[in-house]
Design a protein around this ligand. Structure first.
Ligand SMILES: [Zn+2]
Ligand SMILES: [Zn+2]
Length: 272
């Protein structure tokens, strides 16, 4: 399994994931034409995508979903809440399937499980994507890390997680107070400090690559997000974890590699 973030942040989120001949997009927050060009530039035919998997209805995740689906004949996969709030008409899209959080959905060589997350949307989810013996966790847009997400991401070899804002920059910035309160709230967005706490208390031992995504241009800086996560990883002695930042225009391919498992040979069996 490998993936490439093609867009990250409020200007539009979309990630291309490939595994065993199956390719899907997680979120479709760019314009349909722009998204098709970025997919094609990776040598992938947009019409060959098995699904567009939607996390929630906000424009920076859904903007191009309907027109991309219709033009390229790609079905959508999302929760009932996302469809209802996103206002997708059956005639606007190639087709759609309902993702029930917690219930795995087989999409070619990739099995996708939605994990409900706390965000001010109708049915927001993060995802666990499994295939080819590895597991990828992908979650952006949520206000706090809950127990369900920690448990769902524990076996993940790679985790893509939102690191949206630095609290001091947000508080001192130009956003109106109502928006600041929304972002800071339990159903808003995840801060650099929230991610640091997740690394210290929740990140699974299997994780070998951590990608920070959906950074705010106004209220964060890649160096601050990187430093905060790196110091949390070091404080836990997790020096084996590769740390990456998803830029607004995306990033290079990352291969999801399995963590080395402890050998269970006949030597160990003899102990019992
Ligand atoms: Zn977003
Ligand atoms: Zn959102």
């Amino acid at each position: 399994m490998r993936f490439r973030v093609l867009g990250s942040g409020s200007s539009g989120n979309t990630t291309l994931i490939e595994c065993g001949g199956t390719a899907v997009l997680v979120d479709a927050g760019l314009g349909a034409r722009e998204m098709a060009e970025r997919v094609q530039s990776q040598g992938v035919d947009p019409g060959s995508l098995a699904a567009i998997v939607l996390s929630h209805e906000h424009g920076d995740h859904c903007r191009g979903a309907a027109s991309f689906s219709r033009k390229w004949g790609v079905r959508l996969l999302g929760t009932r809440g996302t469809y209802a709030a996103g206002g997708f008409g059956a005639e606007d899209i190639a087709g759609w399937d309902v993702l029930e959080p917690g219930r795995p959905w087989a999409c070619g060589a990739i099995t996708i499980t939605g994990v409900a997350v706390p965000h001010d949307a109708a049915g927001p989810v993060g995802f666990v994507l499994e295939g080819d013996g590895v597991t990828l966790g992908h979650a952006t847009d949520f206000g706090h890390v809950n127990r369900a997400l920690v448990d769902a991401f524990r076996p993940c070899d790679t985790v893509v997680i939102e690191s949206n804002y630095e609290p001091a920059l947000l508080r001192d910035g130009d956003y109106p107070w109502s928006l600041k309160e929304r972002i800071l709230g339990r159903f808003g967005h995840l801060s650099n400090e929230d991610v640091a706490q997740y690394i210290k208390r929740g990140l699974g031992e299997a994780c070998r690559t951590l990608v920070l995504a959906h950074l705010s241009r106004q209220n964060n800086h890649p160096d601050l997000a990187h430093m905060s996560a790196l110091s949390a990883l070091r404080s836990r002695g997790r020096t084996e974890v590769r740390l990456e930042i998803a830029e607004p225009d995306g990033m290079d391919w990352i291969t999801v590699a399995p963590a080395p498992r402890p050998a269970r040979g006949p030597e160990q069996l003899r102990l019992f």
